[in-house]
Each structure stands twice: as structure tokens, then as C-alpha cells.
Design a protein. Structure first.
Lengths: 981, 184
């Protein structure tokens, strides 16, 4: 949506790259635009679809639903233009026999006879041409080659689904009730095939027993060797969704290998799923799925590795969580762009630890699942990272301001309210009677027109909104849809484009806070939605037009922290020509990589010192100002005009427009756990790594070890404290175990789930097992016990797979410690900048998927582990993303000011100064307007718009714009306008 | 209206056909309103008898808003904001406490039960907690029955207790210490 409407983005759909010439900074790319046979005149009215006689399978719904030969790929598609499928359309029908063809041509000839205007080509069908009111159908379109001059290229071709038919034992393609996770996803989608309900494809009944099979085609076993990263969470989420939509489902079983809930907050989600018993988790890979013809059910044969029990799990529906395979076209595309692919067919990166998005060729970047399976937050961070890196080749073309001023509409006069109620597919309409809500709203005072829309936020919905405004001369808009926190900007933006003052919009949240949370009580939910709309309209009547202001932007940035993330962020900004100051507390750059260096960095196994040296060289070349042994004492101000007081190498007050926090994380201190404080040869993974770098004999005060044991999840995934996964420890432990194994040390790894989710890590895990590293699965609550008097001699533990207690000799125990928010830095910057901290103590991103590197405070961005545990590859990607986001601010010399702030009515102000006392942003000040007469004034640059002063002002002289007393009181009154039922 | 709540979270102790209270919830944009959205995204079901009014900060919620709600017939009013130290506007929520205490004094003077007014801190991440608070408060208000003001012409019949409290809560005379805990 945002991309489709952006003035600087041209979207070519139905197109493919056929050639690429030139060099970085000056590529010429040839693109073939395939004909869609529908011109841009199309208004997406859908009349052609009603008239089209031909039916084809719907790709978007995974073939579960049919579509016509002329169609719109999916409801929110950009562009909204329809397209004709030449394989299904009657006008492209070489498959018709001569007789059929002659008959159709005869028909067309007749049509032309009665209507000389009838299009002249060999239209054998032409129903759509007849139906189209705007003459948008054009069968004469031919493929068109266009040449585009570009500075850099981003490859984001994604992945395709692994074909589950390759695993015949699971019966996909043969047994109708075996479906893939994507097919299930379409069913569960409220606007999908079955409107959010899960059914058995064979008889469309709701299945009572559902079995998920994980890792289908992933992690070896007849498929791809790597882990697909997203399937575990997807299955957990789907199981919870099924429970909500279809309470009649009795049993959901998830057959998994390791539960890889590695992302921020993922483990909490799984815990909630387990608490609400949304699914039974069984660890095991099924041998086969068998169809029992007697009662038309399925039987899944699996060995439950807990207790080695052979189980036959009956199922009405089996869901295969299929792996992500490389996009088929990726190899061809890679050839065209002359970039390398890896052994699996994904686009290869030069070295992910140096830059997460660089391909083997300069000027060509890659992001998302084109490099291997990714979860959405990582994809988004990487995508921003590519944007930062790509800008390097665009110098000279950047910062062009393209916004054309729009003539403001005349919106004065008595309120004329338009109410738009959104179905949001069936997200809302599945629970609420949307038409009735619109009808009820018609009766409300001030309402001129009401409408409903399938997706109000789609470009069609937005266009309709603009039309309605013009047609009915509306001057207030109430949109009853989702939460204003995510969608108010979308609607405001649309309104601004036609010169409609965006502050005359009121959003009513009937999805997130109504249909989604009161699904079990639709009647009460309907009452609530009706009341909320009534309240919204009442408030809308009192809304006022507000005009946005602007303030200057200091076009330079401050990066706090000189670890790998800080280095990356500073470099990326500096190469774009922005003045950057990087401040590092210690006397050297490199952070954790340099204290002392880590050994080798997976996946490329390059020495950390080498990677770091390369990055530091890039930093120095970039022109960034680096200040070692310097600390940020204080930061005041706001986006565009922060002032950072720095002390150390230099003492100065630095004006900057944006701040990137890259202060890193601490490692967990095990304390007395596992007798860490007591025994010298119980060490942390950090200490071991240091041992490797210094080529220590790893005796830790004794003889070199003959055997070693790793304990994973120390200080991670705790029931209390840090409940999340630290992400980096599994691959790191395996890397270290391999290193010990090389020295001939018998190595055992005690783990809960092996989460080798980063590139190449699964392969490393496989290698370790092949080389004889022992992996012992330990359920939570059975922590390994350390045996030994003065030094550790053995580890005793319950092995879940063998179902008995083991004692493994170990002269060295390595605790793989998790990450912790770094203190006191986190508190220090939290206090100064007011950027929120999450429940886990790490800085909270504004949105995990939409804004993974931004904070709620404009102009303050997060890079690396300051936001949550991650490994070097992910930290580097996130740092580049933060730089890209910072450059969005720095690209302009003005910062826009929100007009929804507090203002003083000088007539009413008695000059008491209470507002000055209570404001924490120093926005109000008393001015002597006449000798002895004081009046408060509020600085719009400093005011944050909280409105506290307005509620405090004893004489009611302060108006909190957009949340005025009148507006709020009108809302309250409107709630009680309706008599209690 | 029947009071049936889906099995997936909303726990109402009320019998079918019991009185459904009308509750106004004031929420700040950054934490508690976002927490309610989080409950939505996570589909955490809760009781539907409240109506949300969003303001930017809990510090904006002045006594007049709460009192007007009761005047119009609210059976309960919930004021919610960010946890201490988590306010988007630094100390807006601490101002909210002062405002709340003033309001509570007036509410008590008016003869409205303390249990009908509550102050809660809910963060953007705490969807589950938002649902819990709503369920608990709804049940609590339901147990109290309809507000005396919610009955037609009730205002004339209300007996104002002679506690001699100060109606003019200009600077919050510290009357309402600990009121936040009183109703649990």
C-alpha cells in the first residue's frame, strides 16, 4: 500500500527481468512487461468478473478456491487493476477444436454486425469487453520490453513452497485431507476460502482432530538440509487460531523436532499456547500418514521420542508445515545479475557477518527469504538494511523533495459527517453485522452518508472514501475499522492527498478492541460497536482543522556504542555523506568482538579479528567521526534538534538530528548456578571463546580436558526472569563443540531445543552429530547436576530420549549464557530519551514487523542487541536498517511538527504558572504580556501533546488540541444516549 | 442480553441474565490503549460491556471526565495508563494519580461506591492483563449493581454523606491516600 502510493516508487507487476548491463552505480536493466490485457483505465469495479464465463484455479488461495479468467489476484493487490489469465481466457484458446472456434467466431462476427463499434480483433468471447464501462480491456496488448537505468539493484524474490508431493509417505496430493500449512493459512484467513474456518477438503466438515507435521522437507529427511525458521511459530499460531474460530475441534497435535521459538517474545507465545492447552506437543517425526478407508480418517504413525512410544494418532486433517525452497527463478535471475547462489539455490551473500545484504557483486543487494528462510521481523530489518546499502550508489539523486502541495479543501460550515464501516474481510464482519452498523449510524446527528467496505484500507476503499467526500461534500469522516494506532496514518495520508484536513478524521476501533476480543458474544459486540461509532460521530462533530507546522532538522547523527552494530550504522550513514559521530565508552572499537576477539564467526568461519579489521577500515574510510573513551552524559531535545552532551575525548554539546542506540547487551552471570562460582572448570561460553583465541590448553587451572559438556539455555528461557531465547547460543555452542571435537575432546551438549536457525547453522549441527558430538535432550525442570569436589568430574542428568538418568564424564563444563539488557546504559538512555523498554528489559521496537528498528520516540533508533538478543549477522543487518531509517530523517532540512499539541487561550489564562511547574518538557513558559500581567505560552516544538496541562489548568485556559474537553465530553455523553437495553 | 463469554479467556462469574454494567474506560494512547489492541491481536477474549475513550496520556484524564461519566449513568469508570517509569510523557501518569485521588474524593462525597472507580496501569505488551482487569472490574461493578445515578431522576434522591470533605479539589488535599487499593 505505502509502496504503491509512494511518489518515488514505480511498481511494475506482471514483469520479469531479462537482462542487465553496466556497472555498479550505472546499471541498465531490461524488463519485460507481460501484457495484462487490462489497461490502467480499469476502476476495479469487478463487472467483468461477473460476466466472464471461464474459471481457473486461484493461486492466491492455493487452488482451494476458483477464480475467473479475468481477476484481481487478491483484495489488497497493488495495482488494483484486473488481469486476464491467457491460459484460461477463451480468447487465447488454441486448445479449442476447429468447430468450437468457428462457432465462437461466428458469434463475434454477428456482434460486430449489430454493433460496428465492437473491437476489431478476433474476439471469440468478449464478454468482459461488453461488460466494461470504461473500455479498459485491450486484447491487442503485447509483451513490452523496457530499459531502466538504475544505480543499484535489490533482489527480494522470496522463496517458494517445498513440494510436499516429494515425500510420498505423507500422502500430500494423494490424500485430500492432507494439506500444507499455506493451504491451512488460506482457510484460517478471515477473508479466505472458508472465512476463517478450518474444514476437511474431502467433505467440508470441521475436523475434530488435527495433526500438524513439522519440518516437512526441512532439516534433511528427504528434503532440504536447512531449517525454515518460520514454521514452528506458524504452527503454534495456527493452533491458537483454530481454537478460537472452531471450538468444536477436540484435539490438535503438533509433531515437532525442536520447537524453534527463537524471536523476541516467541517463547512467551508458546508458553501461552501451552497454558491454554491449544495443542498437544509431541516430539517425533512421523513415518507415514495412512488413510483408513473404513471411516475415512487418517492415521499418523509416529514414535514419540519421549519414552520411545510408538503412537498411531488418528486425524481428520493433517497439516504439513512445508519447508521454504529457493524461488525457481532465482538461479536464472542470479545469472542475469551475475551474482552467486549457494548450494541450495538461494542467493549467496559475500559474508553475512560483514554485511547481511551484500551479494557477490557490488551494487546488487539481497534481502528477505531470497537468501534463505526468514521470519518477518528479520526480513523487514534486512529490507531496510538493503535500502541503506543501496543508497551508496545513488549519490546525487537523493533528497529530492517531490511532494507537491495540495490545495486545501474548504471544509468550513456545519458538520457533514460520513461514516465508513469496514468489513476487514471477516475480521470484523465475521462477528459484527456491518450493514446494520452503517444503517444505525445513518440516524446519528450530523451524519450525511454511510457506507461499508470490504477493506477500507485497500486502494479501492481509499478511492471510494475520496469519492464519497467529494460527492457528499463531507467535512468530517468517521472510519469504523481497526486501531488508529496502526491505520490512522494511512487514512490521514489519503485525506491529505485531496486536501482534506486529516484531523477531521475519527477512527473507531471495532476490530482490535471489539470483533477480535468479543467473538464469543456477537450481540454484545454489536452493541459495543454501535456505541463506539455513536461516540466517534459525537466526537467528530467537535473536531477542528489543524495545520502541520515545521521545525529545522539538524542533518547529522549520533551513534552510541562502537560495537559491530554501532560501527555498521555509523559507516552506512557516513558513506551517504551525513556527518556522523560515533561515541564509544572504552578505548577501542569492536565491542564484544574485541574483548578479546571472538574466535571464528559462523557461517563463513572467518576469524573475528579479520572481520572486525575490515569493518573498522570501512568505518574510517567513511569519514565518520569516532570518539573513543567518550560517554554521552545527557541528551535533550527532540527529533531534528537533539543536543547530546558528551564527555571524554572531547567535551562538547553536539547538535544532532537523530540518535542511534547501539550500546549492546550484557552476558548473563550464572552466579551460583551449576556451581559456576565454586569450580574453576565450570566456565561460560565467553570464557571458552577467549580460551580459544589465546590458544589456551583449556585446563582452567588443571590438566587439559579429555571430555567436555555444554549446558544450553543458561539464563535464557527461564520460567521467571528472562523468558526469551538468546538466539546466538545454540550455533555458538555447536561451533565451540566442533572446535573441542577437533582437539579430540569428547563433547556432550545438554539442550532443551536445538535452535540452529541462522544461515549454515543447521548444517553445522548435522556435522557435529556426524563427528560424534553427543546431544542430550533435557526437559525443563531437570537441570544437569554438576558432579565433583574441587573440580567438575562429571555431569549427571536425565535424558529425555533414553528416559533415564545419565552420568557423562566432563573435565570441562561450558555454560552457554544468554544475553541481558546492558546496564546501566539501558536505564540511562531510557531515562534521557524516554524510549520504552519491554517486559524483557531490552529496548522496545515500535512494532516487531512494521518498525523493528524504530522506537516510539521519533528520531531514536535501535541497532543490534540493544533491542534484544541476536547474533552478529542479525545485529549487522539491524544496524544497517537503523542507518536507513535515520537517513529518512536526515534527508530533509525540516522536521514536521504535529499540530495536535496544547495551546493557551490568553484571554482565559490567569498566569498562575501551574502549567510551567507540571510540564516535564519545559514547553509552557510565562510571558509578561503587559506590565505585571503574565500569560502562559506553549512552545509547539517542545510540546509533546500529552494534554496533562490542559487537565491541570485551574482556569481551563489550556486547550489540548484534538483531545479537547468538548470532544471527550461529547464522547462520554454519546455512550449514554442510548437507553440500557 | 445473555452473558456468555467464550471459553478462551473471559471468565465471568455472573449467572446468565445478570445485570450488564456500563463502564467507561479511559486509556492512554501509548500503553493501555495499545495493551487493549494487543489483547485483540492475541485474541484474548474479555467481557464486552465497557467503552473505550482514548486520550494521549492518562495525565489528560481530568476529574470532569470521570464525574460526567457517573452523572450520565456509568456504573463504573476505569482510568488506565502506563506503569510508573514507563509513561511516554515521563510523569504524566503520576499527575494522573493526583487527578484520580481528587476525583475519588468527590466520588465518595457523592455517595458513589469506591469500587466503581478504579485506576490501573497496563502496558502495551500486557494484552492478557488488560483482559484480566476488564473481566475483574466488570464482575466487581456487576456485583455492586446499577449505579445510583444510572436510575432515572436518581440525582435528586442521592443522599450526600456529611463527611465534610472538600469539594473543591484544587490541589488534592491528600484525602484519597491508598484509595487505589481499597477496592480489591
Amino acid at each position: 500500500m505505502d509502496a504503491g502510493r509512494h511518489p518515488l516508487i514505480e511498481v511494475l507487476t506482471n514483469a520479469e527481468v531479462t537482462g542487465c548491463e553496466g556497472e555498479p552505480g550505472n546499471f541498465t536493466v531490461t524488463v519485460r512487461k507481460n501484457p495484462r490485457y487490462v489497461t490502467e483505465e480499469c476502476v476495479a469495479c469487478g463487472l467483468c468478473v461477473d460476466h466472464c464465463p471461464q474459471v481457473g484455479g486461484n493461486e492466491f488461495d492455493m487452488g482451494l478456491m476458483a477464480r475467473k479468467a479475468i481477476y484481481r489476484p487478491f483484495p489488497q493487490s497493488v495495482p488494483a487493476t484486473y488481469v486476464i489469465d491467457s491460459n484460461a481466457c477463451l480468447n487465447f484458446t488454441p486448445h479449442l477444436d476447429e468447430r468450437q472456434r468457428r462457432r465462437l467466431e461466428k458469434m463475434a462476427k454477428y456482434k460486430r454486425k449489430v454493433d460496428p463499434e465492437y473491437p476489431p480483433n478476433i474476439l471469440v468471447c468478449g464478454h468482459c469487453t461488453d461488460a466494461c464501462d470504461v473500455d479498459a480491456i485491450d486484447f491487442d496488448q503485447m509483451p513490452e520490453e523496457v530499459e531502466i537505468d538504475v544505480g543499484s539493484i535489490l533482489v527480494a524474490v522470496g522463496f517458494q513452497e517445498f513440494d510436499a508431493r516429494a515425500l510420498g509417505a505423507y500422502g500430500y496430493g494423494r490424500l485430500p485431507n492432507v494439506v500444507t500449512s499455506l493451504e491451512l493459512e488460506r482457510m484460517l484467513n478471515a477473508s479466505g476460502v472458508t472465512g476463517g474456518h478450518v474444514v476437511r477438503p474431502s467433505d467440508l466438515e470441521t475436523p475434530k482432530r488435527i495433526v500438524f507435521i513439522q519440518c516437512v522437507g526441512a532439516r534433511g529427511e528427504g528434503g532440504r538440509p536447512y531449517c525454515s525458521r518460520f514454521c514452528c511459530m506458524n504452527a503454534v499460531k495456527d493452533s491458537m487460531l483454530i481454537r478460537q474460530h472452531d471450538p468444536v475441534v477436540d484435539d490438535i497435535t503438533i509433531l515437532y523436532t525442536d520447537l524453534r521459538a527463537f524471536g523476541k517474545g516467541f517463547d512467551d507465545f508458546v508458553t501461552r499456547s501451552k497454558e491454554t492447552a491449544s495443542a498437544e506437543y509431541v516430539r517425533g517425526r512421523p513415518a507415514k500418514v495412512w488413510h483408513d478407508p473404513a471411516d475415512d480418517t487418517l492415521q499418523v504413525f509416529v514414535e514419540d521420542t519421549r519414552g520411545h512410544e510408538q503412537r498411531r494418532i488418528p486425524a481428520d486433517l493433517v497439516v504439513l508445515s512445508v519447508a521454504a525452497a529457493p524461488n525457481e527463478g532465482a538461479v536464472k535471475l542470479a545469472e542475469i545479475f551475475d551474482i552467486e547462489t549457494d548450494q541450495h539455490g538461494f542467493v549467496a551473500r559475500r559474508d553475512p557477518a560483514v554485511s547481511a545484504v551484500e551479494t557477490s557483486r557490488d551494487g546488487v543487494f539481497v534481502c528477505g527469504s531470497a537468501v534463505g528462510p526468514q521470519v518477518i521481523p528479520d526480513c523487514v530489518a534486512q529490507a531496510s538494511a538493503t535500502a541503506a546499502r543501496a543508497q551508496l550508489f545513488l549519490t546525487g539523486h537523493r533528497h529530492e523533495d517531490t511532494a507537491e502541495p495540495v490545495e486545501p479543501m474548504d471544509l468550513d460550515g456545519p458538520p457533514r459527517v460520513g461514516v465508513m464501516v469496514c468489513h476487514c474481510g471477516v475480521n470484523i464482519a465475521g462477528v459484527l453485522d456491518v450493514d446494520q452498523l452503517a444503517k444505525d449510524a445513518e440516524q446519528l446527528p450530523g451524519v450525511v452518508v454511510t457506507s461499508t467496505d470490504l477493506f477500507a484500507c485497500s486502494s479501492t476503499g481509499q478511492d471510494e472514501l475520496m469519492e464519497t467526500i467529494k460527492e457528499h461534500k463531507l467535512n468530517r469522516i468517521v472510519v469504523a475499522a481497526c486501531t488508529p494506532r496502526t491505520h490512522e496514518p494511512v487514512f490521514r495520508d489519503t485525506l491529505a492527498r485531496i486536501g482534506f484536513n486529516p484531523f477531521l478524521l475519527e477512527m473507531v476501533n471495532i476490530r482490535d478492541q471489539c470483533s477480535w476480543v468479543h467473538a464469543g458474544t456477537p450481540e454484545a459486540a454489536q452493541d459495543k460497536a454501535r456505541a463506539l461509532i455513536r461516540m466517534g460521530v459525537a466526537r467528530a462533530l467537535h473536531l477542528e482543522q489543524l495545520q502541520e507546522g515545521s521545525a529545522p532538522m539538524t542533518r547529522s547523527a549520533l551513534v552510541v556504542g562502537g560495537g559491530i552494530a554501532g560501527i555498521q550504522a555509523a559507516t552506512d550513514l557516513a558513506v551517504q555523506g551525513f556527518p556522523v559521530t560515533l561515541v564509544e565508552k572504552s578505548d577501542r572499537l569492536g565491542g564484544r568482538l574485541a574483548e578479546p576477539n571472538l574466535m571464528l564467526l559462523y557461517p563463513n568461519m572467518r576469524p573475528a579479528s579479520e572481520v572486525l579489521a575490515e569493518k573498522i577500515e570501512r568505518l574510517h574510510k567513511s569519514g565518520a567521526r569516532v570518539l573513543l573513551e567518550t560517554e554521552v552524559e545527557n541528551i535533550t531535545g527532540f527529533v531534528g534538534s537533539f543536543e547530546a552532551t558528551i564527555k571524554g575525548a572531547v567535551d562538547e554539546v553536539l547538535p544532532v538530528g537523530a540518535v542511534i542506540l547501539a550500546t549492546g547487551a550484557d552476558l548473563h552471570d550464572p552466579g551460583t548456578a551449576f556451581r559456576f562460582d565454586e569450580l574453576p572448570n565450570v566456565v561460560t561460553s565467553d570464557q571458552l571463546e577467549r580460551g580459544f583465541v589465546t590458544e589456551d590448553d583449556l585446563g582452567f587451572g588443571g590438566d587439559p580436558p579429555k571430555s567436555a559438556a555444554f549446558v544450553l539455555c543458561v539464563g535464557s528461557r527461564e520460567p521467571e526472569g528472562f523468558t526469551g531465547c538468546s538466539r546466538y547460543c545454540c550455533p555458538t555452542a555447536i561451533k565451540q563443540a566442533l572446535k573441542l571435537n577437533e582437539r579430540g575432546i569428547d563433547t556432550t551438549v545438554f539442550y532443551r531445543d536445538i535452535r540452529t536457525i541462522s544461515t549454515g547453522a543447521e548444517e553445522m549441527y548435522r556435522e557435529a552429530r556426524g563427528r560424534g558430538v553427543l546431544f542430550v535432550r533435557v526437559p525443563p525442570g531437570h537441570e544437569p547436576e554438576i558432579v565433583g569436589e574441587k573440580r567438575v568430574e562429571a555431569v549427571r542428568c536425565y535424558d529425555e530420549l533414553l528416559d533415564r538418568r545419565l552420568e557423562v564424564p566432563a573435565d570441562l563444563v561450558v555454560l552457554s549464557v544468554g544475553m541481558r539488557p546492558r546496564q546501566p546504559e539501558t536505564d540511562h538512555f531510557h531515562e534521557m530519551l524516554k524510549a520504552s523498554v519491554g517486559l524483557d528489559g531490552f529496548f522496545l521496537e515500535r512494532h516487531p514487523e512494521l518498525a523493528p528498528v524504530e522506537t516510539a520516540v521519533e528520531g531514536v533508533l535501535l541497532a543490534g542487541t540493544v533491542q534484544g538478543p541476536k547474533d552478529i549477522v542479525d545485529s549487522v543487518a539491524q544496524a544497517s536498517a537503523a542507518a536507513a531509517k535515520a537517513s529518512v530523517f536526515l534527508a530533509h532540512d525540516q522536521v514536521r511538527l504535529d499540530p495536535a499539541v496544547a495551546v493557551v487561550d490568553p484571554e482565559a489564562c490567569r498566569g498562575c504558572g501551574d502549567c510551567v511547574d507540571i510540564c516535564d518538557f519545559q514547553a509552557p513558559a510565562l510571558a509578561e504580556t503587559e506590565p505585571g500581567v503574565f500569560t502562559a505560552e506553549i512552545n509547539p516544538s517542545l510540546c509533546k501533546g500529552c494534554g496533562t496541562c490542559a487537565s491541570w489548568c485551574p482556569s481551563g485556559a489550556i486547550i489540548a488540541r484534538h483531545f479537547t474537553d468538548k470532544q471527550v465530553l461529547a464522547q462520554i455523553d454519546a455512550f449514554f444516549d442510548e437507553v440500557r437495553p | 442480553m445473555t452473558q456468555q463469554v467464550s471459553s478462551s479467556g473471559a471468565t465471568s462469574t455472573a449467572p446468565t441474565g445478570a445485570f450488564d454494567p456500563r463502564i467507561v474506560v479511559f486509556a492512554c494512547n501509548w500503553c493501555s490503549y495499545a495493551g487493549a489492541d494487543t489483547a485483540g491481536v492475541s485474541r484474548i477474549q474479555h467481557q464486552p460491556h465497557f467503552r473505550m475513550i482514548r486520550v494521549m496520556c492518562s495525565g489528560r484524564i481530568q476529574p470532569a471526565f470521570v464525574l460526567r461519566s457517573f452523572e450520565k449513568g456509568a456504573d463504573g469508570v476505569l482510568v488506565s495508563g502506563c506503569h510508573f517509569g514507563d509513561c511516554h510523557y515521563i510523569f504524566g501518569n503520576e499527575r494522573a494519580v493526583e487527578q484520580f485521588e481528587k476525583t475519588m474524593n468527590v466520588v465518595k462525597l457523592l455517595g458513589i461506591e469506591e469500587g466503581r472507580l478504579r485506576l490501573e496501569w497496563i502496558s502495551a505488551a500486557e494484552g492478557g492483563r488488560f483482559a484480566e482487569v476488564i473481566n475483574e472490574f466488570t464482575d466487581q461493578v456487576r456485583a455492586l449493581g446499577p449505579s445510583p445515578f444510572a436510575v432515572e431522576d436518581a440525582i435528586d434522591e442521592i443522599e450526600v454523606p456529611e463527611t465534610g470533605g472538600c469539594m473543591n479539589a484544587d490541589k488534592g488535599e491528600g484525602k484519597g491516600e491508598g484509595v487505589g487499593e481499597g477496592e480489591h
